[in-house]
Design a protein around this ligand. Structure first.
Ligand code: ADP
Length: 397
């Protein structure tokens, strides 16, 4: 509330109106009889304006002293009707009461406004607190999820460590036992050679285990280096068949290669694809009885667009071997899953080859799967996207 002043000097109608339009008034003393508009009409006009509607009015009259006019004045909205002669002390007292009432109302309004503002501010703070509470709840959920994941990873790490130790201990135990027999019992030359050859094989397996495990660990931790270049799949197949030739011959098997002419290049790292093919052909050789057949077939399964994108090259490595039971079809892509071992006296491989193949194929946007029938053989297949840099002439090196 600004200052309150008291103006008891008589004003002409126009002067009074101009003041009313610009200022707030606590009380207006209005003469009933005025030149032009009378007091009753003036109050009617005042009630129509937003600013002057609430001003308390006291009528003053020297002529209209009768009851009729006094009632008319009260009905027009006046709070009092004073007749002349005016007693200044009484008028002053009445005016003072209205000024007090006005300033009390103004301070009440100010207080209401202050409290409303404070309430709005509290509401806003409350809403903010609610938003923070929700954010905290979400962060807490995320933390709990991350914690659960970490605990799961910790459990997986523990179980992996115990599996790795177990896998390493098996060939090591074998090596140590045969070395001890050689040292302590001095077997004959033929037996000695056999034991040394076992030691040699087990050392190889130990080396493969460590290499495969380190390779997989590197891939899984995101530290492997992945080359991305157009790769000629026929070249990959040729190199892989050559690399596995000794094993295939040793097992008394034959390999057939069937390449679709004009194959497009795929995207990836040729060494990594050779690693996949070598592992699949070696597995086929390891799990196929003598006289069996391994075939490697490569073809495009989704025709590439003219710019080379959108195509897939599919590779199938089939064998006529022991096959894999239905329940083990998915398991074989898990770490250390040597499901065929139930059929052999001791583990042949590392159980890490297929998980590595899966990581490589999926890294280059492909998919790997197996179809198999126990006793009839298996087909390991994978698809890899074609390279966008392939020329229309194809990539069949
Ligand atoms: P490894 O061959 O070194 O044991 P892999 O991860 O390459 O490891 O293979 C996992 C297991 O899947 C093998 O031990 C074997 O039991 C099974 N397996 C893989 N390829 C074949 C196949 N062609 N025929 C039958 N079983 C297979």
């Amino acid at each position: 509330m600004s200052s309150i002043s008291c103006n008891l000097s008589p004003l002409l109608f126009d002067e009074a109106l101009a003041l009313i339009l610009e200022n707030d008034f606590a009380l207006a003393l209005i003469d009933v009889q005025m030149p032009g508009m009378d007091g009753f009409e003036t109050v009617e006009l005042m009630r129509m304006d937003e600013r002057s509607r609430g001003i308390a009015v006291i009528f003053i009259s020297a002529i209209y002293r009768d009851e009729y006019h006094q009632i008319k004045g009260i009905e027009a909205g006046a709070v009092d009707f004073i007749t002349k002669p005016i007693v200044p002390q009484i008028l002053h007292g009445k005016v003072q009461t209205f000024i007090d009432l006005y300033s009390y109302r103004a301070s009440l309004e100010e207080e209401v406004e202050r409290r409303t503002k404070a309430e709005i501010a509290i509401q806003e703070q409350y809403q903010e607190i609610e938003v923070h509470a929700h954010e905290l709840e979400a962060a807490n959920d995320e933390l709990q999820e991350a914690c659960a994941k970490l605990q799961e990873l910790d459990r997986m790490k523990d179980s992996l460590l115990s599996t790795v130790s177990h896998e390493l201990r098996t060939p090591l135990t074998s090596i140590k036992s045969f070395a001890e027999i050689l040292r302590d019992y001095g077997p004959d030359e033929e037996e000695g050679k056999e034991f040394l050859s076992i030691i040699n094989d087990e050392s190889d397996r130990l080396t493969r285990l460590i290499n495969d495990f380190l390779d997989l660990a590197k891939i899984e931790s995101g530290h492997a280096e992945w080359e991305i270049a157009p790769v000629q799949m026929p070249e990959v197949i040729r190199t892989s068949v050559q690399a596995t030739e000794a094993l295939v011959d040793k097992m008394g098997l034959s390999v057939y290669v069937d390449l679709e002419p004009g194959l497009p290049c795929v995207t990836g790292d040729s060494d990594r694809f050779i690693q996949v093919l070598t592992n699949l052909i070696s597995n086929a050789a390891k799990f196929t009885p003598e006289g069996g057949r391994i075939s490697v077939k490569v073809r495009t399964v989704e025709k590439s667009e003219s710019n080379g994108s959108g195509g897939m090259v599919r590779v199938d490595v089939s064998d006529t071997g022991i096959g894999i039971s239905k329940s083990n079809l998915e398991v074989v892509f898990e770490k250390f899953a040597q499901v065929g071992d139930t059929l052999t006296a001791k583990p042949q491989g590392t159980g890490l080859g297929l998980p590595i193949c899966k990581e490589i194929v999926e890294h280059y946007g492909g998919r790997i799967w197996v179809e198999s029938e126990v006793g009839r053989g298996s087909t390991f297949s994978f698809v890899i996207p074609t390279s966008q840099q392939t020329s229309l002439a194809g990539c069949s090196g």
